[in-house]
Ligand binder design. Structure first.
Ligand code: ZN
Length: 261
């Protein structure tokens, strides 16, 4: 099969998973079941048919409106499907037609859900965290030396969870407000099983600080002071996705800045 066709298939598959991501993003923060009821319009309640549920295309040919009540559908639905398609495509381009590619794509899916939910609702749902951890665990067990892979991975989980927890405790003392939520500890611990106790983990911390500053900047400028919890899960998810897609180039580029490579 030609490379471009597999790439296109990866994108289409990713966009379909993006539809599922949209269901998770809508239902998980509202504590609704992912299975029942079937997909329906949140305004008029009509059950959606096949014509409404084709990833990306339905949004375009329905003119971004509900077919029944003409409610304007948020562009987030389209953007999440496009992002998910792109992440699956990049996973394939980076890791080829391999198990690592599939694991990277599914990890990115979990992280995308976590990032969007944290950005929009300022909370971290547990289900995608466990999915992320489970996918990482599987990756470790499929290694040539699973026992060592497991030890290394769980060490990464322990270190990442502890570091983010301690940063949160110290930050809370300094800023006299919650600096990092428990959700941030969960995301870091879950993804770090794939990084292990390696330089990749160090790169993850540094990259998260960079992206965290980017996430915080508009909030600080707009509100002058930071109130409530900052959606740092967005930064942690972003750093994780970059490192999972391009482990070597990204970690080397980040560590070189501090002469740690
Ligand atoms: Zn409707």
């Amino acid at each position: 099969m030609p490379d471009w066709l597999i790439g296109l298939f990866a994108f289409a598959l990713g966009a379909s998973f993006g539809s599922f991501a949209n269901v998770c993003i809508y239902r998980l923060p509202r504590r609704l079941s992912l299975i029942v009821p079937r997909s329906h319009c949140p305004v008029c309640g009509e059950t959606l048919g096949l014509v409404d549920l084709v990833p990306l295309l339905s949004y375009l040919w329905l003119g971004a409106r509900c077919r029944f009540c003409k409610w304007v559908i948020s562009p987030r639905y389209f953007l999440v499907e496009a992002a998910c398609g792109t992440l699956f495509f990049l996973s394939y381009k980076s890791h080829g037609f391999t198990t690592t590619s599939a694991i990277t794509a599914l990890s990115c899916l979990s992280l995308l859900i976590l990032g969007v939910v944290d950005g929009q609702f300022h909370l971290v749902p547990t289900e995608p965290v466990w999915a992320l951890f489970g996918i990482g665990l599987l990756r470790r067990l499929l290694e040539a030396n699973p026992a060592w892979g497991l030890v290394d991975g769980l060490l990464g989980t322990l270190i990442a969870g502890s570091v983010i927890y301690l940063v949160g405790v110290i930050g809370t003392k300094i800023f006299k407000k919650e600096a990092m939520g428990w959700g941030d500890v969960e995301i870091s611990a879950a993804v770090a099983i794939q990084f292990g106790a390696s330089k990749m983990l160090l790169a993850y911390f540094i990259l998260s600080v960079f992206l965290g500053a980017l996430v915080a900047l508009p909030i600080i400028i707009r509100l002058r002071s930071v109130r409530g919890t900052m959606p740092l899960g967005v930064a942690l998810a972003g750093a994780s996705i970059l490192l999972l897609l391009y482990p070597e180039p990204v970690s080397q580029a980040v560590l070189r800045i501090y002469h740690l490579d």
